[in-house]
Design a binder for this molecule. Structure first.
Ligand SMILES: C[S@@+](CC[C@H](N)C(=O)[O-])C[C@H]1O[C@@H](n2cnc3c(N)ncnc32)[C@H](O)[C@@H]1O
Length: 413
């Protein structure tokens, strides 16, 4: 079966130019390389009919999960990044309108208490890092707020994730981190001097905005799900390992293109939030696993992977080895995605080609080659121009991703 749509079912183009990617809870917390929600929405509308579980093994900020809930499907997300788990859970835990006035009251009280609370700033190595990222006054306000939040009832309720996500967003906003930059870069000195945020005020604004987004989401969820009650689960785990077998009818995902200087670095993006939330740093960068064994099958002699690595190897041998480990991770992920799917299930993978040291890495073709090794039959490949993004369009390695492919496979029965 070949579907070959150049347009979506409702006659619109896949670029979704001019269509907001931040409606309802989607814009609740920034996250790098978010999928446009209309991609998930359109794929669910096309393949979700009469199907049950939808899985996103690289769920990031939970775009697929939110759209699954709206469309009435149970969904499961997996991600290695604790911040992804927090944000996904914050978005998919619906706020009951009856709880809103209490949530606002409790948060107002804790903000007030934090203003008279004296938080002891850490000493030693941690203090050096914190002082690099925060001004002294800002840090003490932020720690006071965190301590008040963590000792409040809210932290022990189902809304813990919502408030953890608000604290994470606040920490980013008040830190010396450059806004709209996903890598860990400090504001230049002159901007740092002018940057004097009032932490309680910033947090209050973020809480109110998040609750209001949640309320809109609740109303839309109710409207779409009159006789259904879909749910969502998120698991902190490594998707290169297969945990489940034949549980999903539909997989919709955008895997990482590789944590490298030419792509998104999720660890750097999450660093400030995880530090403030006291979540120990953990290495979830694919390329950092220097001793990771490369599966023989992922670099078969006559494969495209081998040819691309050889081409890059001429320019930069080290980068070619790193890329090899990236490819291997991708191969393992496709293998475990195949196992997640039931026979006849559909798998949609969104990714783009990238450039390393001027060499084009045809990631979508490589994924198609891997899928061929498993029992995945390619149904379609849709091209999509990316109209807007946070990363620059060019960097030292050449052009960054400006288009992506939506690859659609079905698992043979
Ligand atoms: C392109 S982002 C997904 C963005 C998501 N579609 C969204 O809309 O927010 C890729 C995600 O893969 C996660 N990741 C990287 N390696 C992983 C692994 N081995 N297992 C599970 N998740 C992983 C990253 O933490 C990141 O959240």
């Amino acid at each position: 079966m070949t579907i070959s749509w150049s347009r979506t079912n409702d006659g619109k183009y896949w670029d979704f130019r001019g269509v907001s990617a931040s409606y309802l809870v989607h814009g609740m917390h920034p996250y790098p390389a978010r999928m446009h929600p209309h991609i998930a929405r359109t794929l669910i509308a096309r393949f979700g009919k009469s199907r049950s579980g939808i899985v996103d093994p690289f769920c990031g900020s939970g775009t697929t999960l939110v759209e699954s809930l709206l469309a009435g499907f149970d969904s499961y997300g997996i991600d290695l990044n604790p911040l992804a788990l927090i944000v996904s859970k914050a978005k998919t835990t619906l706020v009951d309108p009856d709880d809103v006035s209490d949530l606002v009251l409790q948060s107002t009280r804790l903000i007030k208490r934090s203003k008279t609370h004296f938080a002891v700033t850490p000493t030693g190595d941690q203090s050096k890092i914190l002082k690099f990222w925060f001004k002294r006054r800002v840090l003490s306000q932020l720690l006071a707020l965190k301590e008040e939040l963590q000792s409040s009832e809210l932290w022990h309720s189902r809304y813990k994730w919502l408030f953890a996500s608000c604290l994470s967003r606040t920490a980013r906003a008040v830190s010396n981190q450059r806004p709209y930059e996903f890598k860990a870069y400090r504001l230049p000195k002159e901007l740092r001097q002018k940057h004097n945020p009032h932490v309680p005020k910033v947090f209050e604004g973020i809480v109110l905005q998040s609750i209001s987004r949640q309320l809109e989401f609740y109303l839309e969820f109710q409207r779409q799900n009159r006789d259904r009650n879909p749910s969502s689960e998120v698991l902190l785990a490594d998707s290169r390992t297969s945990y489940f077998r034949a549980v999903a009818d539909l997989v919709i995902t955008s895997p990482p293109y590789g944590d490298s200087p030419t792509t998104v670095n999720y660890e750097q993006f999450s660093r400030i939030s995880l530090m403030i939330l006291d979540i120990p740093r953990r290495d979830f960068g694919w390329t950092r696993e220097r001793h990771q064994k490369v599966a023989h099958e992922s670099v078969a002699t006559d494969s495209l992977t081998r040819r691309v690595m050889a081409k890059l190897g001429v320019v930069d041998a080290h980068k070619a080895r790193v890329l090899g480990r990236n490819f291997d991770s991708l191969w393992r992920s496709i293998s475990s995605m195949t196992q997640l799917l039931k026979g006849g299930g559909v798998c949609c993978v969104v990714l783009g080609p990238r450039t390393v040291r001027g060499v084009t890495i045809p990631t979508p073709d490589i994924v198609s080659e891997y899928a061929d090794q498993f029992s995945l039959k390619r149904l379609d490949c849709i091209s999509r121009n990316i109209p807007r993004k946070v990363q620059p369009w060019r960097n030292n390695s050449g052009r960054t991703i400006d288009n992506e492919k939506i690859l659609i496979f079905s698992k043979l029965r």
